[in-house]
Each structure stands twice: as C-alpha cells, then as structure tokens.
Design a protein around this ligand. Sequence first.
Ligand SMILES: [Cu+2]
Length: 502
Amino acid sequence: MTVVQDPPAPPAPQRGVSSDENSGSLVFVGLAGLLIALVATVVVIGLIGLLRDENGGGGSGGAGAAAEASTIGVTLSEFKIEGDLTAAPGEVSLLVNNVGSQQHNLVLVETGTETPLLNGGDNAVLDLGSLDVGTYELICSVPGHKESGMDATLEITTTPAPTGEAAAGGTHDHNSPDFNSDEADAIMINSMLEFPAETEGKGNEILEPEILPDGTKKFTLEASIIDWEVAPGQIVEAWAYNGMVPGPQIIVDVGDKVQVELTNNTPMGTDIHWHGVHTPNDQDGVSPYTQDPIKTGETYTYEFVADEPAIGMYHAHLHSQISVVNGMFAAFRVGDRPYPRGETISGVTIPEDFEPDVELPMVLNDAGTIGLTLNGKSFPGTEPLVLETGDWVAADYYNEGLTAHPMHQHQFPQLVYAKDGIPLDYPYWADTVNVAPGERYSVIYQATDPGVWVWHCHILTHVERDTGMFGMVTALVVSDPEATAEEAAAEDTVPEDTTAES
Ligand SMILES: [Cu+2]
C-alpha cells in the first residue's frame, strides 16, 4: 500500500464547476491535497474492489496447460489490436477483450478462425489450434476497422518473448506467472491520483446572443475540426461548435424568437437538428427532407419561436455517425427546469423555494475521436465538482453516444424529476440513472456528507482498463464548512514561536 504523505494545507475550496474562479491553479493544488488525503478512505475502498475478478468469465489456459500451449491476452479498441503477440510453436489461444465502445471481432486471416462480434466489455477465447513458426495476420473484420488500424501481426517464434510487459499493457491474465498484483494495483492507483488534471479547452460555455432590433436572440455558431485535449496530453481531432466540446449551451426563454446562424467549416455537408425542441418542420434540420445540406464554407440560418419549455440538445443530423460522435453536440434549453418544488417524494420534501447551488450539463459520449467522455473529457481530465455539505446540484444528462450509460452517484441519491425535459408526475430517487442514446434525464441531489465521492458510468470498462482509470468518471469534492472553520480556529490558537533566531 502506498504511504499517504501529509497533504499541503488546502485553500478554502470554491463551489461549483462552471465558473472561472474554480479553474485557478490554487484550487487544483487544494484539490490535489484534499484528494490525496481522502482518496485512501473513500475512493480506494469504493473502487479497488472493481479490480477484483475482472475478466472472470473469460477463462484462460490455466496453470495445468501443456508446456507448448500459449494463451495470449489481446485487447480490442478503437482502432487497435494490442497485446504481446508472440508465442512459441504449438497450441495457441487468445483471450480477447473488447475494451472499446464499439463492436469488434478478431479474425486470424490465414485460417479464418474468428470470435463472434464482441460488444464493448465482452471477452472471448479464440482457440487458434496448433501454429507453426511464422507470422500470421489478426484483423477486426467489421467494415472499415482493419483500414482504421485494427490489423496486427502474430509472431510464432522459437525465440523466447520478453516477459513482464503483457501484465502492464495487455489484459491481465491472473494465472500467468508474469502477473504482478502489486504492479497492477500501482498502475490503477497512480492513474487515480492524477485526478483532477488540467487540460486545455472547456466545453458547455453559455453562448450569449446578439439581440436584434425586433428582440430576436441571434446565436452564431461555427462548425470546424479542432485539436481537442480529451485527457492530459491526449490531443484528438474533434468536430466542434465554436471550438469546444461539448459545444456552447444555448439557453432561451419560452416565447423567444431564436435565430441560429451556422457557418460550416467542416469538410462535409451538415445541418443542425434541435433534439427535443419544438420547431416548425422546415427548421427540423434534417437534410434533404427539410432543407438542403449546408455545404463546406456555407452559412445557413435557422429561425423559430421557442414556444415550449425544453431540456434539449442540438447536433448535426447529416453524417452524424462522424460529426456527432466526434464532438458536434451541445445543450439547448428553453425556459426554467421544472423542479418539483414543494413535492414530497419517498418522504423527502423539496423546499418551495428550491434553487440549486450548482447547475451543470452532463453530456455523455462514447465513440468517435473523443471516445468515452463526460463533457468532452476523459478522466483524469474530467472536471470535479467542488461543493460544501448541504449544497444541491442540478444536473441534466444528455447521451450523445452510441450506447447506454448507467450514471452512478456515490452516496447521494439522485431525484429524477424530468425525462427528455418533460416533467414527471411521479419523480423518483435513484442512485443509478441509465441514460440511453438520445435520452435526457434531469436530476437534483444534495451533497450531505463531506468527502470525495465518485460519480461515474457503471459499465466498468467505461471507467477502468489495465492501464488505469479513464473515461466516464468524475468526483464530487465535498467539504464541511463548519469543520473547516473549526480547524482554522484551532490553528489560530497555536502559540506562535516568538524566539528570535540570529
Ligand atoms: Cu458507460
């Protein structure tokens, strides 16, 4: 176990996630201190258990296998085939683990032996039979995946392969003599201690409109391809509105006349669909049915009256399988959120004057260049929420990805009060809210206890892999202002050393 050293004294944390004052380096130093102090008691207990028994269903060659039999761990992801792909001549089987978010398979080209199509997180054992010395080609046969990089060479050789690397980079084979439990723990824990990490760029900024003479709120968008730091040092080509992922939030009032002018600087035709927002048919943004595509270099203006409340989103419809998964999505809200003020749900009464202390969109994605992300960032680049005990959070989940994500909040139940922006007659409390593609769920929850509380997708391969924690995880850093004040008071009463030194 790593020895936890005394953390530096953290400055008083500031609440929230969306305001600029939280992005200062002091806060990060403070958070790092808080996290080092708290991670051992909360995060480690909560999450190390996830390490155990992973890949339990996959099986492996086992300790009793004959000497010439080899089992190799292979991971599939977008768009790579990885593993220590060397073995001695003889029986070879592959323990194949899809750690990506898309479906993949693995095919030995020379023999046509293949796994079934594996969903993200699925394992399979691929028995290749007896192989002679030589090189063999492994590919994913999903159309386009080989060309995107899922093409690897399996080498069968009598030269012994170097040992030790497979445990660090490939799928952990707990039965392998090379498997090192301490090393696996250290990789995971070190990755977790990197949180929170600063990255360049921040999405979801609120877009200010230009007010036209007739009162119309005009918003200006540019679609383009940008370099986006999805995690520290990991720069990808994102497709973005106004240079950010998610794109800027558009928030208007019910009854507002809205104009959105889009200039398309991406290399493909595009349009904007107002998902969950009531519009006339010719503003629905589905070329060619309701408009012509907005070609590269063209500007197009949408115009409609926002006549109904909405917790919606906007994204491209044309070529969405490229542009949306790569980042062209954002939140679009009309009117106030329908908080269940004054209602009693499962014995808990929401105050008549309820207002959240922190509001945030939580945009989920799992594919394209940016991959498994919360608000366009992958852990440890995800943004923490800095809260004080008693604070209420209002979060809107938006799934712009390709698969469902059960979003689990540790400790604090989430009150689901609206689905797709439509207020629920019967709101309900849940610690895990499953959000399918296209869905929105609006929740409020109260941070009642101090500590570091993780908030993450509970598809475990969306948050942990053998190289450490990543993807769809963030955390609430909750401090108790009274305890902090008492600590400060105690420090003030320590007598100062008045001895003069020369
Ligand atoms: Cu997920």
